[in-house]
Design a protein around this ligand. Sequence first.
Ligand SMILES: N=CN[C@@H](CCC(=O)O)C(=O)O
Ligand SMILES: [Zn+2]
Length: 425
Amino acid sequence: MTATLLTGISELWTLDPALEDPQALPAGATEGQVIADAALVIDSGRIAWTGPGAQAPAADDQVDLGGRAVLPGWVDSHTHLVFAGDRSGEFEARMAGESYAAGGIAVTTDATRAASDEELLALLRRRIVEAARSGTTCLETKTGYGLTVDEEARAARLLAQLHAAGEIDEITYLGAHLVPAEYQGRAQEYVDLVAGPMLEAVRDAAGPALRWIDVFCEDGVFDPEQSARVLHAGIEAGLGLRVHGNQLGRTGGAQLACELGAASVDHLNHLDPSDIDALAGTASLPVAPGAAPGQLSVQQGPTVATVLPACDLSTRAPLAPARSLLDAGAQLAIASNCNPGTSYTSSMAFCVATAVLQMRLTLAEAVRAATRGGALALRRDDVGHLGVGARADLHVLDAPAAIHLAYRPGMPLTHAVWRRGKQII
Ligand SMILES: N=CN[C@@H](CCC(=O)O)C(=O)O
Ligand SMILES: [Zn+2]
């Protein structure tokens, strides 16, 4: 393998965990984690060296980035990319005053069931490229628009194919996204299916690439008891837990996630102080090595509070209290929640700008939440930072400083992207 030296970096956001006080509360970048006038060496797909440009070692190749800022690629820890069709009509009605209701999931489920494998794969690939074009280099995505044993297994199989090709990083089983029409009035039977034969079929289809199980814990969808049943089945299967919680009301998802040691609870539009305290109370739970290099154990660690700023805007929901969560000491992640119902964007740059402009995070806090925060929410330590040994996932901005992400919102600020050491944009 050849080593490549990148020079001309005006600001290098390494967010290097090795430079962090493990006792310190999670916050913005700390000293040493942003290097001015920097250089970086990539070797064998990994970061081999970072430091001041004046001290850069020799390498086989050299690329001058012309005074641009470099960040770790975004880690998008929450997307729903396996879908066909769109719901622009529902979105328009919402902008005219309708509220979001979970029932729209059934519309996408019908369209997804009707699409061929080839169509779904082509849609997935297009969405992955779209995400990469705005700097995303690590992606989680979910099943959840199949909602039968065969359709959930099909989604898992397609995702495993992309996982094997290195195009996505994490796969989540979300059979508990909605009780489908065929099971109306028989929710408990559907929960039994999700926790039993459907889970088995999805595990068989995805193989070891499947690490996560998720549930939409909300009034009218799955209540905390039903959600717990699904999540316990996931634990027995060796999967890590994720929860869609407290999106439409204060309906127990955040507390359940903390109680069961979920890696993340996402949405969080309706929290009271005791929910925030519960999340903060998990912040310093220790992590442990996982099954493969770069992975941490799915069973141990904080329950990350994942906020979804684009979704909050698109559903006109009260913004998740990211500022209060950080102030209380919770671990925070920002994700896109790209899906056709509530957040049809994969732009993490847009989410970061919104977190700064509307949720009152500092730029450093928002960048960290969209990189290291996402990695922790996926219980990984190989992405979300540019410390030596990390995956060489780089986001080069067409700007001299990362603050431009919020200062120039909506502008196409992604200049180049490296994923696993290869330039893809
Ligand atoms: N809230 C649940 N699931 C998705 C929305 C799915 C849809 O409406 O299609 C979300 O995370 O927002
Ligand atoms: Zn979601």
